[in-house]
Design a protein around this ligand. Structure first.
Ligand code: FEO
Length: 400
């Protein structure tokens, strides 16, 4: 079915209904690989799709223009396989088309596909005229890879933003306003937390560049995943500004695993104290919850309490895995503390957790709280009291 987003701008992407894991990121609502066809004196195809969906993708394009050899430009905003997987087939079917990508993308294509394609590398501000429309290229390194760029089209004022502003969200309705906004914003937050949270400073600069220095007027944002932003552009820009500023709220996450429920008892006692101070708290057992779902909550949490029992003189494996993921994503939390029950000695476990929290660049890491084997009622009271103290810090020190 032809889907015209604006005059002669067609959606020709793919809906991946079954996707439940995108390189480690859980995708409960599936995803889409978006591609856009612009028809003018010249025809440009912006981004393409994951390799297994190539046949359906070709069919989508044919429904609009019939013959793929009419395509003049294959714009590749980003090298990753979910946006270039069908390029080897496209190159054969579009003999008149010029591949266009960033300078880093050009180098990456040679490594990725080992093909001697004729690729035009563009830099910031370079343009391609399609007839009545002009494409302007804006490299945005690290959003998501070093090669990433955006393409801005006038006079329609459409920003083809690639991974930025994306959401893993499968729906036959392609516009923001046609879907429940809370679902889309939830997926946009999860996407940000898991894909680009660690480059928040770059996101901030990019937002400033797009809206202040380049002063791009944006009437539509066409990302490479999820819905097209049209009626909620200001909402997603405001959300990105908030996330990029690493704004946190009075919220504490208790993230733990447990062997014989002792560390779990400590987790619940900590939560009791936090609740008594009126601060929001959420508890996640790492055996039961996916890391990428927890990361969505990490996006605006001011405090993290990480609990682990000791096994083989170190952290529980699920805790180690979570912390490895966390430190790479550089959470905005201001305070953190380790806790846990142990059999013989917890020194190394607590040291390992703290080392990870330090690498995650959390400004203040408090002295760990640990107890031998099953915590008794007095020790659980101490946990509760510590929960109160930690909650007070969260309330008082929000400005750090
Ligand atoms: Fe959607 Fe970085 O690829």
């Amino acid at each position: 079915m032809k889907l015209e987003l604006a005059n002669n701008v067609y959606y020709v992407g793919i809906i991946d209904w079954d996707l439940r894991n995108f390189h480690g990121h859980s995708t409960h609502r599936g995803s889409t690989y978006n591609s856009y066809l612009v028809i003018d004196d010249k025809i440009a195809l912006i981004d393409n799709v994951k390799a297994p969906f190539t046949n359906q993708f070709i069919k989508n394009i044919k429904e609009v223009i019939g013959d793929l050899s009419k395509i003049d430009y294959l714009i590749c905003n980003h090298l990753e396989g979910d946006h270039t997987g069908s390029l080897p087939t496209l190159v054969k079917l579009c003999p008149n088309a010029q591949i266009v990508t960033s300078e880093k993308g050009k180098a990456g294509f040679l490594r990725m596909y080992k093909e001697d394609w004729d690729i035009k590398a563009v830099k910031e501000g370079d343009t391609i005229n399609l007839g009545t429309r002009t494409l302007t290229f804006v490299p945005v390194p690290m959003i998501h890879w070093p090669d990433s760029m955006m393409t801005y089209m006038t006079p329609d004022n459409i920003l083809f933003s690639n991974d930025a502003f994306g959401q893993h969200y499968a729906s036959s309705k392609r516009l923001d306003s046609e879907n429940p906004i809370h679902e889309i914003m939830e997926e946009a937050a999860k996407y940000y937390a898991n894909i680009v949270m660690h480059v928040s400073l770059l996101i901030k600069k990019t937002l400033q560049k797009v809206t202040e220095s380049l002063k791009l007027k944006i009437d539509m944002i066409c990302p490479s995943h999820g819905v097209v932003w049209k009626d909620h552009i200001q909402d997603i820009l405001a959300a990105y500004t908030k996330w990029a500023n690493r704004e946190t709220k009075e919220k504490i996450l208790i993230i733990y695993d447990t062997m014989w429920h002792s560390t779990e008892k400590m987790a619940f006692a900590l939560a009791e104290g936090i609740q008594e101070e009126g601060v929001e708290v959420k508890i996640y057992n790492l055996t039961l919850t996916d890391n990428s779902d927890i990361m969505t909550e990490v996006l605006d949490a001011r405090g993290l309490l990480i609990g682990s029992p000791t096994i083989n003189n170190g952290m529980f494996p699920t805790v180690g895995g979570f912390l490895t993921y966390l430190k790479g994503l550089k959470p905005p939390a201001k305070y953190a503390c380790a806790f846990g029950s142990y059999g013989w000695n917890s020194k190394n476990t607590m040291k390992q957790i703290n080392a990870n929290l330090k690498e995650a660049m959390i400004p203040e890491i408090l002295e760990p709280i640990t107890f031998n084997f099953t915590p008794d009622p007095e020790e659980l009271d101490k946990c509760k009291e510590f929960g109160k103290v930690f909650a007070k810090k969260i309330k008082e020190g929000g400005k750090i």
